[in-house]
Design a protein around this ligand. Structure first.
Ligand SMILES: Cc1ncc(COP(=O)(O)O)c(C=O)c1O
Length: 369
């Protein structure tokens, strides 16, 4: 069905950037630069500059950014890695695939890692923490860093949803041993398909990720140093991402303005809880605009009928998916969020009219209740 307000609009996104994207695409193809060429190196340099780290290494997904970060940190069987229950399965799958044990904890009022829950979950087997900067909001990193250094734990940031978000003026992806980004097309910086990157200040981590993404081979010497994977960020994708990265600050400003419009239009409506948390130390990038209501499913159905497309991240806690083999960690706030959250349209192409239509429909829904 075609929506009056689509959740994302890839065709409009491309239409606006067509001359720049087409130029990058055709130049890369005309040169035959398909694998590990200058376009990838340029994008990595620009991404590292943007995040404020010494290195950025492109890989083929946010998942592999997490997996390789864990391997580069030496995490493996017998180790516990603490992360939140309210995240995409990829965060947890990366922990499982390196042979470590995921320890899932609850989130706080802003949907990110609760540092008090983190303090309670640390055991002698804990080796690493993966804070997840969800929806474009960085976790309370000062408290997480303090716990990590007190217990000598590695921090690997899942910044898949938070490129450009800041805490105390520092960028997501610049706090931990490494930061993990996703360029899945729905992300604020979305590529042509799957893509991701690891950011780090540690030369050994950058080197290990560079080896792991290319089957363990050092391209300069031809020596294979480790059993690796086939997981490069494609050159054509990097060329397009490099074009889009220049627009990202403007897109984030647009997302923040759009969030402000939603706030104005929806404050005090029904039982809605809006995602405007303390901004004193945070600069949120609003990867998603997630509201909470006890009437989530009926509201979503109503909005669909009104031509407004929404998504739910996520409707069931991860441990309820039996195939993942996770024990129920008993996280009441995570379970509550799964019942209440709904993501409203939010992207670089969302217009004030889109917000108006969405907010009018939501007000109508609650007026009729
Ligand atoms: C919080 C989080 N972590 C990890 C990932 C994995 O990224 P990718 O889909 O690029 O593998 C995502 C992507 O949706 C995500 O939202």
């Amino acid at each position: 069905m075609s929506y009056r307000v689509p959740f994302v609009d890839p065709r409009e996104h491309y239409r606006r950037l067509k001359p720049e994207i087409d130029a990058a695409f055709t130049e890369t193809l005309a040169r035959g630069d398909l694998v590990l060429r200058q376009q990838l190196r340029d994008f990595e340099r620009h991404l590292a500059e943007f995040v404020g780290t010494k290195y950025a290494v492109g890989v083929n997904s946010g998942y592999h950014a997490l997996h390789f970060s864990l391997l580069a940190a030496g995490i493996g069987p017998g180790d516990e890695v603490i992360t939140v229950g309210h995240t995409f399965a990829a965060t947890v799958s990366a922990i499982v695939h390196v042979g470590a044990s995921p320890v899932l904890i609850d989130i706080g009022h802003d949907h990110t890692m609760d540092p008090d829950a983190l303090a309670r979950a640390i055991t002698p087997r804990t080796r690493a923490i993966i804070p997840v900067h969800l929806n474009g909001r960085v976790c309370e990193m000062d408290r997480i860093e303090a716990l990590a250094s007190a217990h000598r734990l590695t921090v690997i940031e899942d910044a898949a949803q938070a490129l450009g978000a800041r805490f105390d003026g520092r960028m997501a992806g610049s706090f931990g041993l490494s930061g993990c980004f996703s360029f899945y097309p729905l992300k604020a910086l979305g590529g042509l398909g799957d893509g991701g990157a690891v950011t780090t200040n540690d030369p050994d981590v950058a080197r290990m990720v560079t080896l792991l993404r290319f089957n363990g081979e050092d391209r300069e010497t031809g020596e294979f140093h480790v059993h690796g994977y086939t997981a490069l960020l494609d050159n054509v994708n990097a060329a397009v991402l490099d074009v889009k990265l220049r627009h990202l600050p403007g897109w984030i400003a647009h997302r923040r303005r759009t969030a402000g419009l939603y706030h104005k239009a929806l404050a005090g409506v029904g039982d809605l809880r809006l995602p405007h948390f303390s901004e004193a130390r945070h600069f949120d990038s609003f990867q998603n605009y997630v509201v909470r209501t006890a009437h989530r499913d009926t509201l979503r159905e109503f909005l669909r009928a009104e031509g407004v497309e929404t998504l739910v991240h996520w409707s069931r806690p991860m441990w309820e998916h039996k195939g993942l083999g996770l024990a129920d960690p008993g996280l009441p706030e995570t379970s509550r969020l799964c019942r209440e959250v709904i993501s409203l349209p939010m992207n670089a192409e969302t217009t004030p009219e889109h917000v108006q239509i969405t907010a009018d429909a939501i007000r109508l829904f609650f007026a009729r209740r």
